[in-house]
Design a protein around this ligand. Structure first.
Ligand code: AHR
Length: 495
């Protein structure tokens, strides 16, 4: 058993809302994320709504998925949207050059995606092609999706069966433009961005567009500096950032059979997210002291070797308690930086990287990451409450990491939620939480823990890891004493 830690939760000086969009997801045309994942087609024996699996739809609605980014990733800058609209039998095929070289038949296209978002009650985030597109193709896409009628693209949309425009606010102007999006320099991309953004119009004149510039790779601070310096504020609403967690980029290791050393390294990269946000934010503050441009972490999550026997280009991996630790700590980091981080997207929803859902034929399972995302959805659109504590460390072979991570919020009904993570692989730690100032009468909680770090849900045992309710937690003189087992996530509710 480890140390005792007192976590202090304060009333905020300035109100910061934790945007629900921090809890966003990302689905790329990659491996079995869309095809043989989300989308099985109308003819499938697997129950579906317009070709999308009904069990996944239910799971994502339950998760309160706020937004979904699509169609990439690297795929986005190879994607020609016109190939994915109109009668399926007339749609051309293409080769998915980044992901396994498989044939993409374009059977899941823009209508399917945007209709799915409506079903899910999630806002679509379209990552549109810049790298191999043109300003014309791009702006026609905006017109096709958003124009009410009387324009060539709106009429074409209507011919394809959709009368009303969709409500699409979030638009990514390319993806990873420093790499698969075109290997551009920051200076070149900033100019390209200005050109594309100039011709983007909010045809519906509703909520306005939210244009997101393709952002830095991890700690490429020069990238953020150039975009912030060279793009006029009138043309941009968000700057992205991508950062994955892994053991080592060139030796990622198994997603299931990993050592403690590999776990420790993975958590080191995951916790780096805090430093990355602080440093990118400092640059943004310099050019945007009014805090009008959002930092959008539109790709994050754990990345390991693919499961044995699967296509290396499909990025299919298992999801263990290590992933629950990544999710819990990363979401706490996002919550605590909610003044600048207004949106984030976990990579990726189904069967790819740190997925929330895995499928095998007609079977589907929810991963530990799904459970953490669901436990944390109580923070969506709640007011951030600052937390402070001097916590214990998790030691491994002479190195140390903070063992405890925490964030807290108060929702519109006055309920306070505190999410706590203990990443220590061996020790429990006790947290003393002062809840007196909130006048909490009733305290309940949900915990996710397991016997072994490598534990995961499999198709043979799909509910091995599931959250457990903690009822009637005792409050003594306004303080709650709670034990966090090794590698566990806990969300408390005080009302
Ligand atoms: O999520 C997988 C890939 O990672 C995305 O396609 C790309 O944007 C990133 O490099």
């Amino acid at each position: 058993v480890g140390a005792q830690t007192t976590v202090k939760i304060s009333e905020p000086e300035d109100e910061v809302i934790i945007s629900k969009h921090i809890y966003g997801h990302f689905s790329e045309h990659l491996g079995r994320c869309i095809y043989d994942g989300l989308y099985v087609g109308q003819e499938s024996a697997i129950p579906n709504q317009d070709g999308v699996r009904s069990d996944i739809i239910d799971a994502l609605i339950d998760l309160k998925i706020p937004n979904l980014r699509w169609p990439g990733g690297c795929f986005a800058d190879t994607y020609h949207w016109k190939d994915g609209v109109g009668p399926r039998e007339d749609r051309p095929t293409m080769v998915n050059r980044w992901w396994g070289g498989v044939t993409e038949d374009n059977s899941f296209g823009t209508h399917d995606f945007l209709n799915l978002c409506e079903t899910l009650g999630a806002e679509p985030y379209l990552a549109a092609n810049v790298g191999s597109s043109s300003v014309q193709e791009f702006t026609e896409y905006v017109e096709y999706v958003l124009h009410k009628g009387g324009s060539p693209m709106a009429e074409w949309r209507k011919e394809h069966g959709r009368e009303k425009p969709w409500a699409v606010k979030y638009w990514g102007v390319g993806n990873e433009m420093w790499g698969c999006g075109g290997n551009m320099t920051a200076e070149h991309y900033a100019n390209v961005y200005r050109q594309y953004a100039t011709f983007m119009t909010d045809w519906t004149n509703s909520d306005g567009l939210f244009r997101i510039a393709s952002g830095a790779n991890v700690d490429d601070y020069h990238w953020t500096e150039v975009l912030m310096r060279d793009i006029p504020k009138s043309l941009i609403e968000g700057v992205a950032l991508h950062s994955y967690s892994f053991v080592e980029w060139n030796e990622k290791g198994s997603s299931v059979d990993y050592s403690e050393e590999q776990y420790f390294s993975t958590m080191k990269t995951a916790l780096m997210m805090d430093e990355l946000i602080v440093n990118h934010t400092a640059i943004m503050d310099k050019y945007d002291p009014e805090n009008e441009i959002a930092l959008v972490v539109d790709e994050w999550g754990g990345w390991y070797e693919v499961m044995e026997g699967t296509n290396p280009g499909f990025l299919y991996q298992q999801n263990t308690m290590r992933d629950a630790m990544i999710a819990g700590t990363t979401l706490n980091i996002f919550n605590n930086h909610a003044d600048r981080v207004k949106m984030a997207n976990l990579a990726q929803t189904v069967n790819v990287l740190q997925a929330v859902v895995l499928t095998e034929g007609e079977k589907m399972l929810l991963t530990p990451t799904y459970h953490v995302m669901k436990m944390y959805n109580v923070h969506q659109d709640a007011t951030l409450l600052p937390v402070s504590f001097d916590g214990p460390t998790y030691e491994f072979e002479g190195e140390s990491l903070p063992a405890i991570s925490a964030s807290a919020s108060k929702n519109k009904d006055g309920e306070v939620h505190v999410s706590l993570v203990n990443i220590d692989a061996h020790k429990s730690h006790t947290v003393n939480l002062s809840v007196e100032q909130f006048g909490a009468k009733n305290l309940t909680g949900t915990i996710l823990s397991s016997k072994d770090l490598q534990d995961h849900n499999s198709f043979e045992s799909p509910e091995m890891i599931a959250p457990k309710e903690l009822k009637s937690i005792k409050v003594k003189k306004g303080v709650v004493e709670i034990e966090l087992p090794p590698f566990s996530v806990l969300v408390l509710k005080a009302e």
